[in-house]
Design a protein around this ligand. Sequence first.
Ligand code: 5GP
Length: 207
Amino acid sequence: MSDFRGLIVAVSGPSGVGKGTVLARVEELLEQANPGSVGHSISVTTRAPRGQEQDGVEYYFRTREQFEQMIKDDEIVEYDTYVDNYYGTPAEPLRKMVMKGQDVLFDITIEGSLALNRKFDVDTVTIFILPPSMEELEMRLRGRGTETEEKIQKRLTQAKEEIGRAGEFEYLVTNGDIDTAAREIVAIITAEKLKASKNIDTAKALL
Ligand code: 5GP
């Protein structure tokens, strides 16, 4: 495990860009290099479980009232709404993982990534994943084969709006090839950890 505090890696990008797949590969690479170095944040949501999803595994499933109470009690570090439901990050588990030196990878909304960055500053890096082209994004969205034409058009419009906000992130990674994108994200994480602002004590200790 790292000597330094862990890093919050906040990743956003349009629906269909492959965030989940890329992040799973990033985790594999980080774990290969340093077993136990990646922590998992389980979000709280008001949406209903899908399929085999279980409370406390994919998400903590809560009612709107419960979620709003958690906000009031300051138990949530960031939250956002997505398709009429709340999604948020519980504060205490995240703090513990970062203090233990674990890196925590997040696939969250744009507002979620930017809020984490405002809150934790030096401990967070924000990355936006771009598709190689809009045509490719459309193909990936259609490839899922589960959505109506109207929904696909809605997602494409939303994707354009989101890509318009890419400049609010610290890094942009294009997901043309999963392994390349994942390695680029690992490189970003490595560079962030070597920042002077995170390591100045190492230099001071030498004097
Ligand atoms: P889904 O309902 O498909 O599981 O997730 C919908 C969206 O919610 C995903 O795009 C994901 O990025 C976002 N999301 C999941 N957990 C959180 C969270 O804790 N905070 C925020 N801001 N967004 C989240």
